[in-house]
Design a binder for this molecule. Structure first.
Ligand code: G3P
Ligand code: CA
Length: 238
């Protein structure tokens, strides 16, 4: 059965990439969550999508220019009633000890080459004993290779915006056990062939009914969606 990963948590009902959104995803019955990691000036891993805090919080500036204690004062739920801090990655992993969720950690190190990010993420995952429930993804494929070298037991998955020729060969060459393509980037045939070659396929961001049916029909490994509740409902007959 196709697994359902809540993109940035169940962010339709709550602010994206907040503990509230991750708890809502858990309560809704998602199989997993997807989240984005950036790094503060003092090297703390924080869960936020953009390099800057402007869009999702009441602050402004680059994450890399904040100390952790400073960034924690910002409100990541500026449109909601309840104030929510930007979570530390450690908080989300701590919560995972109380649930059965899988977690896709996307390293946001494509634009800013955060020095030591891979080591820090892997150290945390290992410290919490979650190696078998984590998938590390990134658009930075060097980082995927490097993460594998650091911790071959943790699954890695390169992200793609466009299709590539025989993705299973590419994945195997960088030791990735999965690929995360944009939902429109690869045909059913390519996805089925990739899975037949032992590579997990988790397209993003699958929000339309027709796209969900498409991936459920071919028993795709997982989808990454903003519409967790709808996806769970549509998956029932499969
Ligand atoms: O991990 C899939 C997806 O989250 C990648 O795009 O921009 O939503 O992080 P983005
Ligand atoms: Ca992401």
């Amino acid at each position: 059965m196709t697994q359902i990963f809540a993109h940035r948590g169940y962010a339709v009902s709550f602010a994206e990439n907040t503990m509230g959104a991750f708890v809502d995803a858990e309560k809704a019955g998602a199989d997993g969550i997807e989240l984005d990691v950036q790094m503060t000036k003092d090297g703390e891993l924080v869960v936020i999508h953009d390099e800057k805090v402007d869009r999702t919080t009441n602050g402004n500036g680059f994450v890399k220019d904040f100390l952790y204690k400073e960034i924690r004062k910002l409100n990541a739920n500026k449109k909601g009633v309840k104030k929510e801090p930007i979570p530390a990655l450690a908080e989300v992993l701590e919560r995972m000890k109380t649930n059965k969720l899988l977690c896709n950690i996307e390293l946001k190190n494509g634009l800013i080459p955060y020095e030591g990010m891979e080591e820090k993420v892997i150290e945390l995952v290992q410290r919490f004993g979650l190696s078998d429930r984590i998938i590390i993804s990134s658009f930075n494929h060097y980082s995927i290779v490097y993460s594998y070298r650091l911790a071959p037991e943790i699954e890695t998955a390169p992200l793609f915006i466009e299709g590539i020729y025989m993705p299973w060969i590419y994945s195997q060459s960088i030791r990735a056990k999965g690929i995360h393509p944009k939902h429109s980037a690869m045909s059913d045939k390519i996805i089925i062939n990739t899975m037949a070659n032992g590579i997990a396929v988790r397209p993003y961001t699958v929000n339309k009914d027709a796209d969900m049916h498409r991936f459920f029909n071919i028993n795709c490994t997982a989808i990454i969606t903003d519409e967790t509740v709808k996806a769970l409902q549509l998956r029932k007959p499969y």
